[in-house]
Every structure is written in C-alpha cells, then in structure tokens.
Ligand binder design. Structure first.
Ligand code: 6PG
Length: 480
C-alpha cells in the first residue's frame, strides 16, 4: 500500500511487456509504482524481482496514482483498443493537470490522436509511445518512439533514454513528434518488419527449392550473411530458427510448423494508412497479403489439387553463384522496403504536421527493435547528408547496392517464376524499382482509357492544360 508519493514513474498492466518495462526502469535506478487489474501479478512481480530495484506496489488505481511524484507519469501497458480506453477512463479522474499518461502498447495512431486530444481538454499529456524489441527488449533495452508534447518529453526523455538500447553511446529513443507521431512510426516499423520477414522467408524458400538444401544447411548460409551488409537481428534469428530441430519428431522445426502466418494487425494498419496517403509501400503490402494468403487453407488445397504440375523442376548448377544471387536480391528488395517505409513516414509527417526527423528515426532503430540492422546507420547518414532526399534508393550507398544487385535480382525472380516458386515481395520490389526508373510508364494509357469511358481528362507532355478527346464524336481534342 502506497503512502507517500515516492515513485518517479508508474506502470499499470503487468503482463510480460509491462512487467519487463517496469523491471528495466527499476534496474536503471528509477522508483517504479506498479499496478495490475488483478493484484496477483503485482505481488508476483515484487516477490520475484523486488530485489532488482525500488518498486512501489499498489493494489488499487487510487493508491497507484497516489504513489507517483508530480507531475505524474503513468505508463499504460495493456491491450490496444477497448482495454486501453478503459484504463484511461479509470485514470483520468485521479490525475491533475500536467500529469502524463503514456500508452506503450501497439495502438493505432488515429486512436492516439483521439486520446491525446481528449486528455488535452483535461490539461493532461497523452503520449502514444512505440516500443519495439519484444519481451527481451523491454527488459534489456528496447527502441522507444514517444509521441506527444515537448513538455511531456522533458519529463519522460531522461527516463526513456536511460532504459532504451544504446548504440555507440546514443540511446535508441528520441521524441518523434506531437500526438500520434510515435505510434505512427512504430506502425511503419512493424510494416517494415513484415516486409523484412517475408523477404527472408522467400530467400529461404528459394534456397531450399534451388539448392534442394535442408534447413540446417540454409541456416549456415544465413549465419554467413549475418557477417556482412545484411547483418541484422532478423537474419540472426532466422539462422537460429532454421537450425532448430523439433524434439518430438526429430525433424527440422520449420517443417513441423503449420505454414499459416498470423498477424495482430499492425501490418494491415500500415497498408491501410499508405493507401490513404497514396504511398506505394508495395513490399509491405505484399508481405501483409502473403500472410493472409497463407491462412486461406481451403483455397490453397483446392488450387494444389487443380494445378499439381504448374511449376518446372529447378536445380541450380553453381551453388555459390546462386547463393550470392539470392543474397543480392534480398539486399536490394530490403532496401526497397525501407525506402518505401521512410517515404510513408515522410508522407504521414507532412499530412499530420509532425515534422519527423527521418535520419533520427533511423538512428533509434539501430538497436533494441526487431528490425535493427547494420544498414540503418547508412539510412541515418543518407538523411543527414541530404534531408530532402527524394528516395533512399538514390542515396549513394543504397544506389550502389541496388545497382550491383540488379542482374542477380532479375535472375532470381525470373528463375523463381519459371520454377513456380512464389516470390511476391522479391518480385514486387523489383517491379517497383523498374517502375521508378522507367522512362515512360503505361500510366499514359490508363489516362487515355479513363478519358475514353468517363471523360476523366488528361494532361499532355507537350503543353500545359487539361484535355479531353471527344471519343464518341469526331475524336477532336478539347480543352477541359
Ligand atoms: C516489436 C514487434 C511487436 C509485434 C510483434 C507481433 O516491434 O517488438 O513489432 O510489436 O507486436 O512482432 O506482430 P504481428 O503479430 O503483427 O506479427
């Protein structure tokens, strides 16, 4: 039972993420008030980890709030959606102007904007904060993406920067921007995570089909890749997962897992938002749809029965050359996914007036988060050198990597298509690259068709103005 306001910060919601965040805070010297709807979790946290730092357990929300120094900072770590609103509704009457409510769940940024506005009316700060890194990250140092007001960051910044992952002495936390900016950036992070994982999965599938290799052999290939440009957390754990043997059957673990990828929804949100903003995040979209497709078991079964022999057999002659082709194709496709993700952040920032620093965002993804990777430093550099960069694809380091990878990329996608191995993310990334660099796109024909059936008008390459052709009449052109 809390008697005096001694805690610098509080965490309510002590499932594994909240519990680990609270422990991380305590281990870093902060006094943490802890609360959970069912008090058993609060008690077990203190019983099991009380020695790690100073916890102030509270069994009621009123005691929890009373334990906090002012201005109070309360981290809410409950399920996104209704449960978050329920906790906020319970908290607000207990708080006073200037207090800060921090939502560290994976909330939709539109919900965060709504909540921020509502709490602002009460004089409270609402800080939607993206936290990446899973359970381990929460405990040992996540990447933290706080939105909300400058004033709230003055209190939260020193705390979050201390508990975040550190890379080269730089914390993987920075103030992203007002209201929903933090959750928006976390959403796009997850979209990139989807694309990254889909690309890795396609690379594995290609290696398996092309080389006829077993998962353990492919694990070694990924392990090797992790020593170079592709070095990243996801490549590292891919090697671990592929090398793992199922104890029950003795078979490769990856062969006993049902091939239906699930999702909690952040990838879908990313695609929905990109559609609204008109940003072609094709790699992320393909990755999201690939998960959906994998789950349509009935359709897959029907198609398997209808087209048993639609692919050709495929064995590569030169193992090393093929592995290198896949590596280069993976790197190029991954660059496309990041380029699209950063385009999306820039568009969101403009739309909502967030003034997000793209290089700064890359900086805080270098450690702690799921997509942490060696080349995020290059992304930071690219935006530092040229803040108005039109696309990451043309920044020197990435342009070189893509250019060096193009022949491999084409061979891999073409061979996969011939063999009937699906590579939606590899193929769509290559198509995106080719579309961006095309001298002329068939979009001109689409404009012609739209004008033909719907008088939707078009612009000309040779003079200003808006035009319409009288298709049903004498086919002369009029100015619209
Ligand atoms: C992170 C992750 C995390 C996410 C899971 C599951 O950054 O720590 O992105 O926030 O919830 O990876 O996401 P899906 O269920 O959508 O795959």
């Amino acid at each position: 039972m809390a008697e005096r306001a001694t805690a610098q910060i509080g965490v309510t919601g002590l499932a594994v993420m909240g519990r680990n965040l609270a422990r991380n805070l305590a281990r870093n010297g902060f006094t943490v008030a802890v609360h959970n709807r069912s008090p058993e979790r609060t008690r077990s946290l203190v019983a099991e980890h009380g020695g790690e730092g100073r916890f102030v357990p509270a069994e009621s929300m009123a005691d929890f709030v009373a334990a906090l120094e002012r201005p109070r900072a309360v981290i809410v770590m409950v399920k996104a959606g209704g449960p978050t609103d329920a906790v906020i509704d319970e908290l607000v009457p207990l708080l006073e102007p200037g207090d800060i409510v921090v939502d560290c769940g994976n909330a939709h940024f539109a919900d965060t904007r709504r909540r921020e506005e509502a709490l602002r009316d009460h004089g409270l700060h609402f800080v939607g904060t993206g936290v990446s890194g899973g359970e381990e990250g929460a405990l040992h140092g996540p990447s933290i993406m706080p939105g909300g007001s400058d004033e709230s960051y003055r209190k939260l910044g020193p705390i979050f920067e201390k508990i975040a992952a550190q890379v080269d002495g730089v914390p993987c936390c920075r103030h992203i921007g007002p209201d929903g900016a933090g959750h928006f950036v976390k959403m796009v992070h997850n979209g990139i995570e989807y694309a990254d994982m889909q690309l890795i999965a396609e690379a594995y599938d290609l290696l398996r089909a092309g080389l006829g290799a077993e998962p353990a052999e492919i694990a070694e290939i990924f392990r090797g890749w992790n020593g170079g440009e592709l070095e990243s957390f996801l490549i590292e754990i891919t090697a671990d997962v592929l090398a793992h043997t199922d104890a029950a059957s003795g078979r490769p673990f990856v062969d006993v897992v049902l091939d239906r990828a699930e999702q909690k929804g952040t990838g879908r949100w990313t695609v929905q938002s990109a559609l609204d903003l008109g940003i072609p995040i094709t790699g992320i979209a393909e990755a999201t749809f690939a998960r959906s497709l994998s789950g349509h078991a009935d359709q897959r079964e029907a198609a398997r029965a209808a087209f048993p022999d639609a692919g050709a057999t495929w064995r590569v002659d030169d193992r090393d050359a093929f592995v290198e082709d896949v590596r280069r194709a993976l790197l190029a496709s991954k660059i496309v996914a990041y380029a699209q993700g950063f385009d999306h952040i820039r568009a969101g920032s403009r739309e909502y007036d967030w003034n997000i620093d793209l290089g700064g965002t890359a900086t805080i993804w270098r450690g702690g988060c799921i997509i942490r990777a060696r080349f995020l430093d290059r992304i930071r550099q690219a935006y530092d050198e040229q803040p108005d960069l039109s696309t990451l694809l043309v920044a020197p380091y990435f342009a070189d990597a893509v250019a060096a990878g193009v022949p491999s990329w084409r061979r891999v996608v073409a061979d996969a298509a011939r063999a009937g191995v699906p590579t939606p993310a590899f193929a769509s990334s290559l198509a995106y690259f080719d579309a961006l660099r095309a001298q002329r796109l068939p979009a001109a024909l689409i404009q012609g068709l739209r004008d033909n059936f719907g008088a939707h008008t078009y612009h000309r390459v040779d003079r200003e103005g808006t035009f319409h052709t009288l298709w049903a009449g004498d086919r002369s052109e009029v100015e619209a």
